[in-house]
Design a protein around this ligand. Structure first.
Ligand code: SF4
Ligand code: SF4
Length: 406
């Protein structure tokens, strides 16, 4: 079923609001989620990457060139990190993800981005018994890590964060986004991006850190979902599609929300991509605890200061709803996505300067990184900020220096 792209998101009924309050009120309070009566689930047709195909306010020669550059040998631009070789590496990093997402071109299901990943294996007719959901949870986390996930958490299905409709990419209409029946849990996985590549943002070279993880996660979600279906349980593999992954990653205890609009994880800071699996496998939800990173953001503006088009806010979280691409009724730091994407389009590659400069973007291999984290997330926050500022701004690694590494 599909409907026109300009159909507004459906209103939330008073009954739905009461039900959500009963089911999620307590966990929202624990997580610090503030949701107003204006809240509506988000329609994916309004996300910036989809608007770039139909909204005249966004679609331009620059945005068309941005997408085209991922599919062909891109014209080099002036500046280090934008040579044909840099674009070549970035495009190679994306190719596995592209192969998966292009499988559904004929059905309008751009898998992993505007549709969940189609099942490659049927659900086995007999179910493996799960006498102990806690043991099953530990086991599925081990399996996900064996396939390559860096962090794994489990949470309940929370349909507030599911897109009210997905996008039929054949004609850019809205299409039904209902998951199969019986899904109860979401397994959220984080995939760490390469530290040195991220240090070269902004550059086409740095885009290889993003593409590499999308290609990794495409393989990992398919493998984990196939394992679960072979056990006789439903499992739907998902990347950026189907639901907003940020609230799910926070609910699964993987991190906290940052001013740069990313989830800050204790292990990698914001340097991660997320994927998810919707499943009926009996599991036990993780119980997130305060991590102290959002608190740090309240007295830091490094990401906003470094953003070239000044797309990030410097003030406190707000119920921002000026842009169709911002979810309504959620109090949070929201970027001006039009300015952000406009900058990407001009660069012809993604920008993540706000990830690179974040003080939590560290490897945590050294004792000093770990001491800094301890201070930054606790009572030593001011000392951690002084320490960070004393070291000056985080300079970009020159792409030529990345290529010259042994
Ligand atoms: S990705 Fe780049 S343009 Fe967008 S908010 Fe971050 S720093 Fe700004
Ligand atoms: S740079 Fe500072 S304000 Fe921005 S996300 Fe990182 S810690 Fe938070």
């Amino acid at each position: 079923m599909s409907w026109p792209r300009n159909t507004p998101e459906p209103e939330v009924t008073p009954e739905q609001r009461v039900e959500w309050q009963q089911r999620f009120g307590e966990s929202d309070r624990a997580l610090g989620f503030e949701i107003s009566k204006d809240f509506k689930p988000f329609a994916q047709i309004n996300d910036m990457f989809t608007r770039a195909f139909w909204d005249p306010a966004i679609k331009s020669a620059d945005s068309d060139g941005f997408f085209a550059s991922y599919r062909m040998g891109s014209e080099p631009r002036r500046g280090q990190g934008f040579s044909q070789k840099d674009f070549a590496l970035r495009n190679a990093s994306w190719v596995i993800s592209d192969i998966i997402s292009n499988r559904g071109n004929d059905t309008g299901m751009r898998e992993g981005f505007q549709s969940w990943i189609a099942e490659d294996t049927p659900v086995a007719p007999t179910q493996v018994e799960v006498p102990d959901a806690a043991a099953q949870t530990a086991e599925i986390k081990r399996i996900a890590k064996m396939f390559g996930a860096d962090l794994v958490g489990v949470t309940e299905v929370d349909e507030r964060w599911h897109y009210s409709s997905r996008v039929d990419t054949r004609d850019l209409t809205q299409a039904d986004n209902t998951l199969p029946a019986g899904i109860t849990h979401v397994i959220v996985m984080a995939h760490a991006m390469d530290f040195d590549l991220v240090e070269t943002y902004p550059s086409a070279l740095a885009g290889a850190s993003t593409g590499r993880e999308y290609s990794h996660e495409a393989a990992i979600v398919i493998q984990v979902a196939t394992y679960i279906r072979n056990l006789g349980y439903q499992a739907v593999a998902s990347m950026n599609d189907t639901a907003l992954v940020i609230p799910y990653a926070i609910k699964a205890g993987l991190g906290e929300y940052g001013r740069n609009q990313m989830v800050l994880t204790p292990e990698f800071g914001p340097r991660v991509r997320f994927s998810k699996i919707f499943t009926s496998l009996p599991l036990v939800n993780d119980q997130p605890k305060p991590l102290g990173m959002t608190t740090y953001c309240h007295s830091c503006t490094k990401c906003a200061d470094a953003c070239p088009p000044k797309a990030l806010p410097k003030g406190p979280p707000e119920y921002g709803a000026d842009s169709p691409s911002t979810i309504k009724g959620v109090k949070k730091w929201s970027a001006n996505c039009e300015k952000c994407f406009g900058y990407w389009a001009k660069l012809k590659t993604d920008c993540a300067i706000c990830m690179r400069v974040c003080p939590f973007n560290r490897t945590y291999d050294s004792w000093s990184d770990r001491v800094w984290r301890k201070l930054a997330t606790g009572r030593g926050r001011k000392l951690a900020q002084w320490w960070e500022n004393r070291n000056g701004s985080r300079e970009r690694l020159k792409p030529a220096d990345w290529w010259a590494k042994p």
